[in-house]
Design a protein. Structure first.
Length: 293
């Protein structure tokens, strides 16, 4: 158990963190791409000098299933290597009571030169402040806040995905380029999201800005999603870019349509229009493959 002074310090951090979260909506889009990795790091166990980098969206965790991706960092930046497996637990932020134990996350990567990540999964039903503690890592772990469902603005699993006329090859709807993937746009712009949802088929909807995140997350994730479109022919794949201009100075309508404060995000939708899975921050194509299988 942590001593009394540590508990006081945690409460101070909590107040600061909560205040910071309230300003996320003002930033319009909180990119989860992050900076480029700048340190190689060890393949062996982590240690207390490393930092745990939360790669989930801090203001949109609701009661129920929690997907908590993390990366590791040192003073030089994100580590590009790391242990094959991490173990951890979730505790109450204020009293250290264990909420979930014996959690295991395996190392995943989006390709050479990208920072690996580990995805912890658990269920937390009570809105509150918690901490993910990774064995061998820093004692304070990584904080997370589960909010009341009514306070969340981005659609989540179990809810309907709102339709929207996303840009297509036939009608870019003022978004130029309609797809910032380089050197050529992705194939997920044949139909609008509205048309996909009306098709009676499953839908995968990805919002991300590959041109402005080539070495981080968005570009590798989109490239990893393209083969899934060929694999799951019973599913309609749609992509919408985040910016309406090449310079990335104007936010595209796709952001407002879902009240997004972050990117990238991917929704898996069943044949009735209900969201079955939502991936944000960082994810591996195999996670989407499993959701569709």
């Amino acid at each position: 158990m942590f001593d009394e002074q540590r508990a006081i310090d945690r409460r101070s951090i909590l107040r600061i963190a909560a205040a910071g979260m309230s300003g996320l909506a003002l930033s319009r889009v909180l990119s989860a791409c992050g900076g480029s990795p700048s340190s190689t790091g060890p393949d062996g166990p982590i240690d207390t000098t490393m930092s745990i980098v939360q790669r989930w969206v801090p203001d949109q965790l609701g009661p129920g299933f929690q997907r908590l991706p993390i990366s590791l960092a040192d003073d030089a930046g994100l580590l590009t290597r790391g242990p094959a497996e991490l173990t951890g637990r979730v505790i109450s932020f204020l009293d250290d009571s264990v909420v979930a134990d014996d959690l295991v996350a395996v190392r995943r990567s989006l390709g050479e030169g990208t920072a690996p990540f580990w995805v912890f999964e658990t269920a937390i039903d009570r809105p509150d402040i918690y901490a993910l503690i990774v064995e061998g890592g820093p004692d304070d772990g990584a904080s997370l806040q589960v909010r009341e469902a009514a306070s969340l603005v981005v659609p989540r699993p179990g809810e309907s995905l709102p339709g929207f006329d996303t840009p297509t090859f036939d009608d870019a709807r003022g978004v130029e380029p309609l797809c910032s993937r380089l050197p050529q746009p992705c194939p997920f712009h044949d139909v609008t999201l509205n048309e996909a949802l009306a098709s009676g088929r499953r839908v995968v909807y990805l919002v991300g800005t590959p041109a402005h995140c080539q070495t981080g997350v968005c570009s590798p994730i989109l490239d990893g999603t393209i083969p899934l479109g060929d694999e799951f022919t019973d599913t309609v794949f749609v992509h919408a870019d985040v910016y309406a201009d090449k310079a990335g100075t104007a936010v595209a309508p796709a952001v407002d349509a879902l009240s997004l404060t972050f990117e990238p995000v991917l929704f898996v939708v069943d044949t009735t229009g209900l969201i079955t899975h939502r991936f944000e921050g960082v994810w591996h194509p195999d996670e989407v493959r499993a959701a569709l299988s």
